[in-house]
Design a protein around this ligand. Structure first.
Ligand code: NAP
Length: 254
């Protein structure tokens, strides 16, 4: 990758205030992007990340709403109106054992993980550079290797896998590439957001680590570097691909 592959580019990253989105925003900024618009609902978290690099612009927006999608489109419009890279990273995980089905929780997962990227892609497509635009979706290993007690989340990420392939085919004639990363376990706040305490999170990570062939769980930067690689304009022939970043868990599960 050249030193500044995203020079003069405008990038949007949903969920850029924390975790994988935060790491991706900093990477795009360090790799030369002129503007990195980060979105999320918690404005204070967005402001913390924006304070780390002058290219990063915080935009409060809920991915589940049309108003949120329009706010992001307006922010791109105010900065020249051409978008080079769109990273659909915002997502939530909720346990969903069938024996304790919670329809409201299931709706939240589907609206955030499935409706969210769909709405935002629809609003931003007219602004996406053509040819040359890039979409990167942050999916999950659960999208192709679902486990128990999380069928709703896994189904939502299977939908993200499907978006990746459908949109790649649909947008190829416009010269727009669409790819995804599918992380395994990554050390972010997503587990605490499910009500797990610090000791429970560390216990979960320790248990998982013992099963990872490469011997550790992921850090946000492990995933961020694949987001930027997939969005690198030099990768002209890569589209419709889903890169699993899981330390080899998929191989172990065979
Ligand atoms: P995280 O730190 O909890 O990040 C999730 C981000 O999504 C937050 O910044 C959150 O910001 C944003 N978000 C959630 N709902 C939103 C909404 N309605 N509108 C706008 N933004 C919203 O966790 P993460 O691990 O970095 O997650 C990033 C992505 O990686 C997700 O798609 C997740 O499914 C995927 N993933 C993570 C793992 C893992 O082990 N960590 C594994 C596989 C896949 P606000 O709450 O401020 O809105």
């Amino acid at each position: 990758m050249p030193d500044q592959p995203f020079a003069e580019q405008t990038v949007v990253i949903t969920g850029g205030g924390t975790g994988i989105g935060r790491a991706a925003a900093l990477s795009f900024a360090e790799l030369g992007a002129r503007t990195v618009i980060i979105t999320g609902r918690r404005k204070e978290r967005l402001a913390e990340v924006a304070a780390l690099h002058e290219a990063i612009v915080p935009v409060g927006a809920d991915v589940t709403t049309e108003a949120g999608a329009q706010a992001v489109a307006d922010a791109v419009g105010e900065r020249g109106g051409v978008l080079d890279v769109l990273v659909h990273n915002a997502g939530i995980f909720r346990f969903s054992p069938l024996a304790a089905l919670d329809a409201a929780s299931a709706r939240d997962v589907v609206e955030t993980n499935v409706l969210g990227p769909l709405l935002l892609t629809g609003h931003l497509l007219p602004l996406l550079r053509s040819p040359g635009g890039q979409l990167v979706l942050v999916s999950s290993r659960g999208g192709h290797n679902p486990g128990p007690d999380s069928s709703v989340y896994s189904a939502s990420k299977a939908a993200v896998h499907s978006f990746t392939r459908s949109w790649a085919a649909e947008l190829a004639p416009r010269g727009i590439r669409v790819n995804a990363v599918a992380p395994g376990f990554v050390r972010t706040e997503v587990y605490a957001a499910n009500g797990l305490g610090p000791e429970q999170v560390e216990g979960l990570f320790a248990g998982v680590t013992a099963t990872v062939p490469l011997g550790r769980i992921g850090e946000p930067e492990d995933v961020a570097q694949w987001i930027t690689r997939l969005a690198d304009p030099a990768n002209e022939l890569v589209t419709g691909q889903i890169i699993t970043v899981d330390g080899g868990l998929d191989i172990a599960a065979r």
